[in-house]
Design a protein around this ligand. Structure first.
Ligand SMILES: [Fe+2]
Length: 372
């Protein structure tokens, strides 16, 4: 049996948990550097709650709200410069995966000088400021992982900084921040969480423990799938479903903190980089065809995943996903060839216990985006 594990993040969960725990911020220092995007943290109330908790704890703050979707290397260097200029004892990341990943990279770059060519090298000094994360979507695992994923224009894809130093100290999990989230974002992020759990089970680094967790995460997604399919996006989704999706995404993050993501993420990054496809949507488009290919190498494991998802075949899994995602424009053969070339060389595709050939990668893209 294998069940070693490391995930040193304190999780504080529940409605209103940020306001109730000003002392957590107070213990981290006298000044917070808040990293977020332009709008959503204000609209969903998360920023207001953080400012309330900081004032309760008499902590000063500075806000850097320039993080865009799929943050660039340039923006995290800029954020670190701003933090150096105004000071800060700890970093608070508020938002989806983009602000949280950017917050981690900013904490890293604030603590030490790293040249851009060494940014993804993994050779960092252990002197980062503490980090607090407040997710406002239920997809990314960033609140519990050691990864910060940035848009890498030199490689024309997204690349991950990976270091145990990037684990946050504390993450606040309040499903209330997702209450008003629209249908597309809710579904795309939920499928990202599903993909983390599924890919975690098809990783060469999986263990009995990470599989047990992944299955719990997949079950939580399955429990919500029908409600998501039926939801018109006009009424409010129940808080029970919101809470369960946050649970699925937290488990998914814990799983990939141990196993890494694999081929679906590697291949999805190209759809995001070149087409602007939402990250979770990109994974959802590719997942069923990937499982079909994986079944040729590890049929029992794929069977276990399908059973946990509540379906019998990879085709059935594909139908559930396409009911959630709706139609998607086809890729050209040139695009498929190009994307396959880039993802075949990615770091995380090598986490799969079998080596996908370039032809298999091409086939997964073709089946996922060019067939009914
Ligand atoms: Fe992801």
């Amino acid at each position: 049996m294998k069940f070693g594990f490391y995930m040193p993040v304190r999780l504080i969960q529940g409605n209103g948990c940020v306001r109730e725990h000003g002392e957590v911020f107070g213990k981290m220092g006298k000044k917070a550097f808040i990293v977020t995007g332009k709008h959503s943290a204000r609209a969903n109330g998360a920023l207001e709650d953080v400012l309330y908790a900081l004032s309760e704890a008499q902590v000063e703050y500075e806000i850097f709200d320039e993080i865009m979707s799929n943050p660039t290397i340039e923006v995290v260097y800029r954020g670190a410069e701003k933090m150096k200029a105004c000071g800060g004892d700890f970093v608070v990341g508020i938002g989806g995966g983009s602000p949280m990943d950017a917050a981690k990279a900013i904490a890293l770059l604030y603590s030490q000088d790293i040249k851009e060519e060494d940014l993804f090298g993994g050779n960092y000094k252990d002197c980062l400021p503490p980090m607090v994360m407040i997710p406002t979507t239920a997809g990314t695992g960033s609140k519990v992982t050691q990864y910060a994923i940035l848009t890498n224009d030199k490689k024309e894809t997204k690349t991950s900084i990976s270091s145990d130093l990037l684990f946050p100290s504390v993450s606040f999990l309040d499903p209330g921040y997702m209450r008003k989230m629209g249908r597309r974002t809710t579904i795309h992020t939920a499928i990202d969480a599903l993909s983390h759990n599924v890919e975690g089970m098809i990783s060469r680094r999986c263990t009995d423990l990470s599989d047990a967790m992944a299955k719990e995460g997949i079950r939580a997604f399955r429990d919500c799938a029908e409600a998501l399919i039926q939801w018109d996006g006009e009424t409010e989704l129940s808080m029970e479903v919101r809470e369960k999706l946050l649970y699925a995404s937290t488990i998914g993050g814990m799983v990939i903190a141990h196993t890494g993501t694999t081929a679906v993420h590697s291949m999805g990054y190209e759809l995001t980089y070149f087409h602007g496809t939402d990250h979770g949507r990109a994974n959802g488009l590719l997942l069923a065809a990937f499982l079909k290919t994986a079944a040729g190498y590890m049929p029992e494991k794929v069977e276990e995943i399908l059973h946990t998802m509540g379906v019998k075949t990879t085709e059935e899994a594909g139908k559930v996903l396409s009911r959630l995602l709706g139609p998607e424009p086809a890729l050209t053969e040139e695009e498929i060839e190009k994307f396959a070339g880039i993802s075949a060389g990615a770091k995380n595709i090598k986490n799969a216990p079998f080596e996908l050939s370039k032809e298999e990668i091409v086939e997964i893209y073709r089946k996922s985006l060019n067939e009914e």
